[in-house]
Design a protein around this ligand. Sequence first.
Ligand SMILES: [Fe+2]
Length: 245
Amino acid sequence: MSLIKQTGGFVPRDRSWQPDALTPTYKTSIKRSPQAALLSFPTTLSEETSPVFGHNLIGELDNDLILNYAHAGESAIGPRIIVYGRVLDEMGRGVPGALVEFWQANAGGRYRHKKESYLAALDPNFGGCGRTITAEDGSYEFRTVQPGPYPWPNGMNDWRPAHIHFSLFGHGFAQRLITQMYFEGDPHIKLCPIAGALNNQKAIDALTALLDMHRTVPMDSRAFKFDIVLRGQRQTYFENRKEGL
Ligand SMILES: [Fe+2]
């Protein structure tokens, strides 16, 4: 039976499909993975209950990366896309009021960051980050340009698949989850040591947004659908799951 059709009951968390923290083909994981057994700390009341952001802080263009850093009358260069979907709990119910933040490289694969070393050009009209808040049904949407793949210093010649980073904030400080979204059909996904660390095609598929021609705007933007499932059997893989709740 589909989880969406379930209406209740306990669904135990399945951690068995989480990748190992140490995956040497992803070189940074060698230093980042724990060298000793993890210690567990109980969360404090303020971590669980304190507000983390003001819901009225969202600006008019915060969910429009084509325009939010562009000069007046100009726009970001690249394939124009809409990314949309829902944030869902394990039963398929929408999660309202979650802050969804996103950041990405420009269409050439270049980040606007002082430590960026890739020689692809910056786009003067593209900042590369935005945010929105999920609606009552858990839905979210933003407009951007499709990011390009980029090389990174890992193996001799590793390239990241085109991707958009996501952060989700719930209603407490400790409710933060981070992941990244790939694009359907990108040949770099199967070559990527980071995506490969998952070692689980279903988990990679859950991170891959599907082209949705029904939501395209003709002669304007294509659309990609990306649902984010917080936990349960259909959960999205989160990079910081081992730290977060
Ligand atoms: Fe990235």
